[in-house]
Write a protein that binds this ligand. Structure first.
Ligand code: GAL
Length: 431
């Protein structure tokens, strides 16, 4: 009996020891076998598979391969706009101790709250200092990749989220000018519909494009301070300005393509390119899509800020960092160097539709829309995108995606606002 008791005690102590030393939230080391297999590899993880997105990534890979001939690049892109599918795959890899060499991540909450604070990322401040990069990026962008004085990622681009794309031929034929305010937009939509043209295109098969539009409507309803305070949890989601944005969304619904629930973002942008819809609200990766499909900026399609958001710039920034347990840190750092380089920023952004994150790159090759975006970034009031991870933690973005998807199927503004307030409390952004 005493022996059995003794053995049980030993087992209990051993179990307690294991439990205390295990840190379930910490990344695990890659197994020696996988480390060996990846010694000459760099896995780049992203969701860039559509139009100009894939082309932009290919430019970065081309530069990397030219500079690192011994390293094989594995392009581990997972299709699905805004990371719809990629983010879940990434989480499994990171939590399972199998991080890619580097991965696409939005600056702000997505990078800092999810991966940096939980120690899944290694700082790359020394790379910034070695390459003299600190003053080469706008301070607002560096703030989105900095935590406790350390820099954790290199911004590859600046996308503008609040853009209304329009088909020039349709606008000319209907004698329309691009709308500046929500009221203008509703008037233009009414005219187009009466002329038998689908006024607005939407692809709501993935939920985020609705959130993408809605964040612009929030900005239109309440301005930049309201927008920031709302996502910072200082304003209730039952506020009248949230309800106004919801009712604007409701009044736009009759003007969308009937099949929006079946389409992805790029298919919706495609409707404008093909002349099957007049307008589309989308980030300027849509420009990458248009140009990849041989449409010419300011000839075939035009761009203006989403109505009601003139003077505001919704910032979306894709960044790349160094996972703490990256299998081949040397190769990762070599890739980050390419992302940060003048050539990398130019070649990538020319295809991607975004503007370079670096402020010291030559702009001669960029089209008129990109140059207008650069001027607006410098002059406008900047706010971080919620739909694209910078403004708020992912659990709330997911709740917002879900609530809006119910709302556009016939929901009620008061009830949705209440549900959003509850979601904000659940996510811990409202106390
Ligand atoms: C965003 C990302 C962009 C673009 C877009 C559509 O979240 O920042 O680079 O890829 O999704 O997929």
């Amino acid at each position: 009996m005493r022996r059995i008791l003794f053995i049980s005690l030993v087992v209990l102590v051993a179990a307690l020891f294991v439990a205390c030393t295990q840190q379930p939230t910490q990344p695990q080391s890659a197994s020696p076998q996988s480390a060996q297999a990846t010694a000459n590899e760099l896995t780049i993880f992203s969701w860039w598979t559509a139009g100009g997105e894939a082309d932009g990534l290919a430019e970065l890979i081309k530069l990397f391969e030219a500079q690192n001939p011994g390293v094989k690049v594995v392009n581990a892109a997972v299709a699905g706009g805004a990371g719809t599918n990629a983010k879940a795959v990434l989480k499994t890899r990171m939590l399972g101790g199998d991080p890619p060499g580097t991965f696409q991540v939005h600056g702000g909450a997505e990078l800092i709250e999810q991966w940096v604070k939980s120690k899944y990322m290694a700082p790359i401040t020394s790379l910034f200092d070695e390459l003299g990069l600190r003053d080469k990026f706008p301070k607002q962008l560096l703030d989105l990749v900095t935590y406790n004085g350390q820099i954790y990622a290199v911004p590859s681009n600046i996308h503008r989220g609040n853009v209304l794309w329009y088909n020039k031929a349709i606008f000319d034929k209907q004698h329309l000018t691009p709308p500046k305010t929500i009221d203008d937009l509703l008037v233009v939509c009414k005219k187009l519909k009466a002329a038998g043209v689908t006024p607005l295109s939407l692809g709501s098969r993935e939920k985020w494009p609705v959130t993408h539009l809605f964040e612009d409507l929030l900005l239109a309803a309440g301005g930049a301070d309201f927008y920031r305070d709302l996502f910072a949890g200082k304003i209730a989601w039952t506020d009248n300005r949230v309800k106004l944005a919801l009712s604007t969304l409701q009044s736009l619904m009759p003007y969308f393509n009937d099949d929006h629930a079946a389409l992805t973002w790029d298919q919706a942008t495609g409707l404008v390119q093909q002349g099957k819809a007049a307008m589309n609200v989308m980030g300027d990766w849509a420009k990458g899509y248009f140009t990849a499909n041989h449409a010419k900026p300011n000839v075939d399609f035009g761009a203006v800020p989403t109505p009601g958001t003139v003077g505001f710039f919704v910032v979306v920034t894709d960044t790349f960092g160094l996972p703490a347990k990256a299998p081949n840190p040397k190769a990762t750092l070599a890739f980050l160097k390419v992302v940060a380089s003048v050539e990398g920023q130019v070649n990538f952004n020319l295809k991607k539709g975004s503007i370079p994150a670096r402020i010291d790159v030559p702009t001669g090759q960029f089209d008129e829309i990109a140059r207008a975006t650069m001027a607006d970034f410098a002059a406008n009031v900047l706010v971080p995108s919620c739909a694209h991870g910078s403004a708020v933690i992912e659990s709330f973005v997911t709740a917002l995606n879900d609530q809006l998807s119910v709302f556009i199927a016939g929901g009620n503004a008061d009830e949705t606002a209440k549900a959003l307030e509850a979601a904000a409390r659940d996510a811990g952004i409202r106390h």
